[in-house]
Write a protein that binds this ligand. Structure first.
Ligand code: A3P
Length: 288
């Protein structure tokens, strides 16, 4: 996976999106408010889907109020070079996104009452999603060498570092009452039940009709057709959308169309080795 990168505390970042200063600020100086909500993911785990769900919940399902801004401005990634100006303009309660690993996350969070929603996805589907994404997001030098891409991902040579370290780091918080953990696959299997659980975690009381609206306007088809959620407003010097769509397939198990049997076995072996020290089964493991 090629992109112009630098390392900060052992994790790989893009010179185009982050800087030493933006990361140091995010880690050491950024002020977390008690009513902040953080949408945290490893890239391609369903970050934007969760932004849409959360903004709809905040607006009691109202699609007009929820779609006033393009999705990438609704919950800025607070560690990036460009986010601070947008964040200064935000009203509380703020909804912010982050792909940061646990060990670099804002120190002030750990002394606050703010909440984190962490979405995890089958890493094989993340690899496929990211592989296609590198063909549209211009910070990446795209490749057709899937094996090489898989090797880079498996070794943690990826934007925001190793998926394994990311998940293991954040899972240290799994019993913390400020931390809510869900999988992309759970969202796919039972979106209504997931929305109800998220509302409960956030202390948001929505009636049945409002929950129906959240489900309707966060559906893949709805987000793909909506210019405020499908990223088509991103300038062409940032994204080349002739090579694909941000909202690509929105399914689980697409890895089966990309991995050979040998590649799947190779990745499973690495997965078992790297994840053996956390005693957790994820929802995709039964079906994959
Ligand atoms: P695919 O490339 O597999 O289709 P992120 O927002 O973290 O970058 O994740 C992007 C992935 O989430 C893409 O996966 C995208 O299609 C999927 N996605 C976005 N919105 C979705 C939705 N409403 N339902 C299901 N998947 C969605």
């Amino acid at each position: 996976m090629s992109f112009n990168h630098f390392e900060y505390k052992g994790t790989r970042f893009s010179v185009d999106v982050q800087s030493e200063e933006s990361l140091s600020y995010a880690e050491n100086e950024f002020e977390v408010f008690d009513d902040d909500i953080y949408n945290v993911t490893y890239p391609k785990s369903g970050t934007n889907w969760m932004i849409q769900i959360l903004t709809l919940i905040q607006n009691k399902g109202d699609p007009v109020k929820s779609n006033m801004l393009p999705i990438y401005l609704k919950a800025p990634w607070y560690e990036t070079k460009y986010a601070q100006e947008e964040i200064q303009k935000m009203e509380s309660p703020r909804l912010l996104s982050s792909h940061l690993p646990h060990h670099i996350f804002a120190k002030s969070f750990f002394k606050s009452k703010a909440k984190i929603i962490y979405t995890v996805r089958n890493p094989k589907d993340i690899i496929v999603s990211l592989y296609h994404f590198t063909k549209i997001l211009k910070i990446f030098q795209p490749t057709d060498d899937f094996q090489n891409f898989l090797d880079d991902f498996s070794q943690g040579n990826a934007l925001y570092g190793s998926w394994f370290d990311h998940v293991k780091g954040w899972m240290q918080m799994k019993d913390d009452s400020r931390f809510f953990f869900i999988t992309y696959e759970e969202l796919l299997q039972d979106i209504r039940g997931s929305v109800v659980r998220i509302c409960k975690f956030l202390g948001q009381e929505l009636d049945d009709a409002q929950i129906d609206l959240v489900v309707e306007h966060s559906a893949f088809k709805s987000m793909k057709e909506n210019v405020m959620t499908n990223w088509t407003q991103m300038p062409s010097d940032v994204m080349n959308q002739e090579n694909g769509s941000f909202l690509r397939k929105g399914i689980s198990g697409d890895w089966k169309n990309h991995f050979t049997v040998a590649q799947s076995e190779y990745f499973d072996k690495i997965y078992q080795e790297k994840m053996k020290d956390i005693n957790m089964n994820f929802s995709w493991e039964e079906s994959s």
